[in-house]
Design a protein around this ligand. Structure first.
Ligand code: FUB
Length: 746
């Protein structure tokens, strides 16, 4: 029987979900929405109806926020009855407002002091809390049960008005501190003219009245700069009306204190499965929104309500149109960026799941079973090819899977993350799955949960998609071809620097290649990217070992391998031959130089015998001698000096002068090389070289001249090195030594 009821509920939700946005929270029953816009985000403060309740046994308040009106993040419950030492029941309707950088959350609850309902206020430095009772006692109570549903508004003159009540509507004028008030308790005149019928005790038996104020007031002022509003109608009071069941009506007034005039219905009585309604309105990103609640979630009803939202347009005079409840809800007013850490409890729609919170991770998604899912709407991939789906998960049982699908629950699966048992429901692991399919443009994204039928699968804290990153370094370089630093999906753990516009390159003007190994054999060119980018801007493809340094800070992971340089060469050759590659026929695979700095220079010397190489460039490096082997750092490739005999190309050593820790080794190599042309150029800057200077400094100038000469056959560039009076010998600070073979270089 229970199973059949759950299946029916799921079918109802599935029907709702096809295009639905309402109710916009599906994880819990939520009620009495109070919107607030702050810092470009829409926040909604809600009540929380208990599951399976038979009255408004409400224990806490909750917060949700969005930047696009469709993907809502659950911020959990930063305020509950326990936050107020004096409150013991009925965490009913509330509203939050910001003043002077603090957030004031006006609530109502049953008071242990007066034994009636009381108005309280909590305060926080953040819209999502933590909130604390600002007073340690109610702001207002007198033993009456009338004191429910506070609404708050700061007027243009700075005066804050706090209003509430059922069936009498009361008000207080708050002081600037927002937690005290001046003057007496105000009471609105509950007349027929004001609200469509007089106060309950003054109603004539048998008389049909136009309407009646019940509860849930929402006070606002019409924006006189946008709407042609008559001064006598400058203030609007929206409220739940008509008794049970409730619709939403409003009245207008020249001042919050009145006199009020009945203005009509806004949301008429509709079959929403809830006998109460409660509204709030706010403008966001140029649109106007009406928040309310229904009982439309499966297993929902009068005591299991759910917040919903509709977009509407005010009439020219600032009055309200009729607004009908819909399942579709509102359209997105922005796109969602998946290339950031996304809290798993961010969703446009979900099925089956709940949210919980703890001190370690905050709010997370729980109660995940086979067949449940989370949908995000309007997710933008934007030409940044997704590569990896990463999620933080925990499972005290056997885990399950997260299938990442596009556009629908049965849509294209782009990744599938296997979630193992992690040893506990709060033993979190961060796991990744490769994204196998390409995705571009804007899609709905479904995170579909699968696993064994029946048991809970896992908890879910956050997820992110990593794409291929790219960055224009400095101004793209000083060369004729502005360059870009980028990742390539077909070449893991490497960084490629190439001209941004590849159209000038082809069979007649191919890009020679520089493959680069980093100092300290770091697996990222984070110290050399300016130098490498500058070279690329002069018409080269530069392939550096290691991960792209989007931020200029030391890379923390394991060292690179010598083999990565060989992978660079293999990749360049394969790309040039692949008709589907953007580099097809554009790479000069006959002109490849291997180069590296310090430990990267040792990697280069290790790889020197590769027959595809045309040239070598050893920077701030040289093979260790037996006498100084002790200075080597663990993990460096350590070929013996005999390796030098395997060099089959011209070679340049670019060193940092006598201060360079590699000077002795580099100069020793140079002196031992007599079978191929070799030179040693020194610039007295020490081991660090000039790589991090703008455009790579002097080292770029010399390296480019070498590459232009050796790989492009540029005779002008040769003048930097050739002859007794070569330009380098005259260049300030530089010295150059050449071996006996050097003169035969053309
Ligand atoms: O949520 C409890 C009560 O129901 C509210 O205070 C009223 O406005 C009605 O929505």
């Amino acid at each position: 029987m229970k199973h059949r009821r759950i299946t029916a509920a799921l079918m109802a939700l599935a029907a709702l979900a096809a295009n639905a946005q309402n109710p916009f929270v599906q994880t819990w029953f939520t009620s009495d929405p109070a919107p607030m816009v702050h810092n470009g985000r829409m926040y909604v403060y809600t009540g929380h109806d208990e599951d399976n309740a038979d009255f408004f046994w409400m224990q806490e308040w909750r917060v949700y926020s969005t930047a696009d009106m469709v993907n809502w993040q659950d911020h959990g419950s930063p305020l509950a009855l326990e936050s107020f030492s004096w409150a013991d029941d009925r965490a009913w309707a509330s509203q939050t407002i910001e003043r002077d950088g603090k957030f004031y959350w006006y609530i109502c609850a049953h008071s242990t002091i007066s034994k009636g309902m009381a108005i309280g206020v909590a305060v926080s430095d953040s819209p999502t809390g933590p909130f604390r009772d600002a007073l340690g006692k109610p702001l207002f109570e007198n033993g009456s049960w009338d004191h429910i549903d506070p609404t708050v508004m700061i007027d243009d003159d700075g005066q804050t008005w706090l209003m509430w009540g059922n069936p009498q509507c009361y008000y207080l004028k708050l002081n600037r501190d927002m937690i005290s008030y001046s003057g007496e308790l105000g009471r609105l005149d509950m007349t027929e003219e004001a609200f469509g019928s007089p106060a309950m005790n003054k109603r004539e038996k048998g008389k049909a009245y136009k309407d009646s104020y019940v509860e849930g007031p929402w006070l606002r002022k019409v924006d006189g700069s946008k709407y042609k509003v008559d001064k006598s109608k400058a203030y609007q009071l929206l409220y739940a009306a008509g008794g049970v069941p409730e619709h939403i009506s409003y009245s207008t007034a020249p001042s919050p204190a009145g006199p009020w005039t009945y203005a009509g219905q806004i949301m008429p009585l509709c079959p929403t499965n809830s006998f109460t309604n409660h509204c709030g309105v706010a403008d966001y990103k140029g649109h106007s929104y009406f928040f309310y609640h229904t009982g439309k979630l499966p297993r929902g009803g009068g005591f299991g309500r759910s917040v919903a939202v509709e977009e509407f347009q005010y009439n020219a005079d600032g009055s309200f149109p009729t607004i009908m409840p819909t399942d579709e809800g509102v359209k997105p007013v922005g796109t969602f960026n998946p290339y950031q850490r996304v809290e798993a409890e961010t969703m446009a729609f979900s099925r089956g799941v709940k949210t919980e919170q703890n001190d370690e991770v905050g709010v997370y998604v729980s109660d995940i079973h086979n067949g449940d899912y989370i949908k995000l709407q309007n997710v933008r991939f934007d030409g940044n090819q997704p590569r990896l789906f990463t999620a933080r998960v925990a499972s005290g049982l056997r885990g399950g899977r997260i299938e990442v699908r596009l556009d629908s629950l049965g849509g294209q699966m782009v990744a599938c993350l296997e979630v193992p048992g992690t040893g506990g429901w709060e033993k979190w692991q961060t796991l990744s799955a490769e994204i196998q399919q390409t995705a571009d443009g804007t899609h709905d994204l479904f995170l579909a949960f699968t696993g064994r039928k029946g048991p809970k699968l896992f908890n879910f804290d956050w997820w992110r998609i990593q794409g291929l990153q790219s960055l224009v370094v400095e101004d793209g370089g000083t060369g004729a071809y502005k360059a870009v630093m980028k990742e390539e999906s077909s070449l893991d753990a490497h960084t490629v620097f190439v001209p941004q516009d590849l159209s000038p390159f082809g069979k007649k003007n191919p890009l020679p290649v520089l493959v680069w190994g980093n100092g300290a054999c770091t697996n990222s060119p984070w110290e050399h990217f300016r130098f490498l980018n500058e070279i690329a801007s002069h018409g080269y493809m530069v392939i550096a070992t290691g991960f792209i340094p989007i931020e200029e800070k030391p890379y923390q992971g394991p060292m690179s391998t010598t083999q990565q340089q060989i992978e660079s060469i293999d990749w360049a050759v394969a790309q040039n031959a692949d008709p589907s590659s953007p580099y097809y026929g554009k790479i000069d695979v006959g002109n490849i130089c291997a180069a590296g700095m310090s430990c990267g220079g040792l990697q280069t010397l290790y790889n020197c015998a590769d027959p595809r190489l045309k040239s070598l460039m050893i920077c701030n490096s040289g093979l260790f001698k037996v006498s100084n082997l002790g200075r080597a750092v663990g993990g460096m490739p350590m070929p013996e000096k005999s390796k030098l005999q395997e060099i089959h190309t011209p070679v340049i050593y670019i060193l940092g002068g006598r201060e360079d820790i590699a000077y002795e080794n580099g100069m020793d190599d140079f002196r031992l090389i007599s079978h191929v042309p070799a030179c040693a150029a020194n610039f007295p800057v020490g081991h660090g070289g000039t790589y991090r200077q703008p455009h790579g400094g002097e080292f770029s100038v010399v390296a480019l001249a070498w590459l232009d000469w050796q790989l492009k056959g540029d005779k002008q560039a040769a003048r930097m090195f050739k002859g007794k009076d070569c330009l380098l010998s005259k260049r300030e600070g530089w010295t150059i030594e050449k071996n006996g073979q050097f003169g035969r270089l053309k």
